[in-house]
Design a protein around this ligand. Structure first.
Ligand code: GCU
Length: 400
């Protein structure tokens, strides 16, 4: 379990101390009308706007609407084994005064004659961590220091190659016929409270603007925007099946995958692993990490307005089941881990339960059972869920 020093912030791990709460109903609109299939698109827009205004911030427009040029260049490619190809693409986003580069790594099955379905996801410490392959570009961006990865000066080094291979399972994924596309999240916004001076934020500032407005995106919004740019690139890739590009993300990047799937309906499925507070877990349960904690320790993740709900979760006009509802009717998979109480597995499951009515309305299929399953007994449906044994991590079990 994550242990942080929280002198003034109470963290609850007792089910009996979960406060009583009422969840906002995704199927009742802001005027109090019951929502049906015909009115769902309108209600969906309402919910999306509430999340934008109060939680993640308004997503910036797509590049061409903002006079941002996007230039993608394949800088390296080749076989990375006898089963996979590797392609490395540098995507540059620029306006008259600012430019930001993102390094995209794409791995596809070598034997595939046709186009492959692809998992798109961001990684935590650079593309070089996802596979031990000397040809993969080592990120030159700021990275978090990490004792276990031997990073002490916010720079990745050769030693970090392949250190997160277990989280990506590339060989397994590729041999099952899928491709994988990943970018380091720090290429869109470095994961520290930098006042939004770097990453993609400055691309969207109006004249004299130096930081996002209270309803504009923080890091999670920037990362989600980046995932959509991966889609843009893959959509025109001859070896990729653009109708089957889905999202995968773990932890903070699992929160990001959910938000990216909500804001970009081109993604055909979403897998969110151990995403917890601000991800799949219901905020109102205040179990494990809570709003005050997350906004205090990670003030740069959400929009400034979200801080209004520190210790006032019951005032939120949304809760996280509505984030899952925004994915409907596309398949979504929420995964928890038994020892990851910080991310509130029960709260993650209850979000699925409370998103189920929206899935039922739209496609007559949601969760296959509304009771929380036991460990490693996955529920498969349009909404899928499992809780595996063990800690906060993304494992082979989760991929399977
Ligand atoms: C911290 C944080 C979580 C987050 C996790 C991660 O534990 O409190 O909200 O999901 O880091 O991204 O690893």
């Amino acid at each position: 379990m994550t242990s942080y020093k929280t002198p003034d912030i109470k963290i609850n791990y007792e089910e009996r101390e979960v406060p009583p709460y009422d969840l906002p109903d995704p199927l009742v609109d802001e005027k109090g009308n019951a929502v049906n299939q015909t009115s769902w698109p309108h209600r969906r827009r309402e919910i999306l706007q509430l999340f934008e205004t109060h939680v993640y911030g308004r997503m910036p427009k797509i590049p061409y609407e903002e006079n941002i040029t996007v230039n993608a260049e394949i800088v390296e490619e080749g076989p990375c084994s006898d089963w996979a190809t590797r392609q490395q693409v540098v995507i540059t986003f620029a306006n008259e005064t600012y430019r930001q580069k993102a390094h995209l790594l794409i791995s596809l099955p070598i034997t595939n004659q046709h186009s492959a379905p692809v998992f798109a996801g961001l990684n935590f410490f650079g593309n070089q961590t996802v596979l031990a392959d000397d040809k993969i570009h080592i990120t030159e961006q700021w990275v978090r220091n990490s004792h276990s990865l031997g990073i002490t000066n916010h720079r990745a080094n050769n030693q970090t190659r392949g250190t997160y291979a277990h989280r990506w399972q590339i060989e397994h994924v590729i041999k099952r016929g899928y491709g994988l596309a990943t970018i380091y999240c720090g290429d869109f916004d470095p994961d520290y409270d930098d006042g939004y001076k770097n990453g993609i934020h400055p691309l969207f500032y109006q004249e004299n603007q130096v930081s996002p407005k209270p309803n504009e995106i923080g890091a999670i919004g920037a990362w989600a925007w980046g995932l959509s740019r991966i889609f843009d690139y893959l959509a025109n890739h001859s070896k990729v099946d653009a109708s089957r590009i889905g999202l995968i993300g773990h932890s903070r990047l699992g929160k990001t995958a959910l938000w990216a799937g909500a804001t970009d309906e081109r993604f055909s499925f979403v897998i969110s692993n151990n995403s917890g507070c601000g991800g799949a877990a219901l905020s109102r349960r205040c179990f494990g990490e809570n709003t005050e904690f997350i906004n205090t320790h990670f003030p740069h993740w959400f929009c400034e307005n979200f801080r209004e709900y520190n210790n006032r979760e019951e005032m939120l006009p949304v809760d996280q089941h509505m984030l899952i509802a925004l994915l409907a009717p596309r398949p979504v998979y929420i995964a928890s881990a038994e020892e990851d109480l910080w991310a509130d597995p029960v709260g993650e499951f209850l979000s699925c339960v409370n998103a189920d009515p929206v899935y039922q309305l739209l496609c007559n299929q949601g969760l296959s059972n509304l009771d929380m399953p036991s460990i490693e007994s996955p529920l498969h449906g349009r909404i899928s869920y499992h809780i595996r044994s063990g800690k906060h991590d993304l494992s082979r079990y989760d991929w399977d």
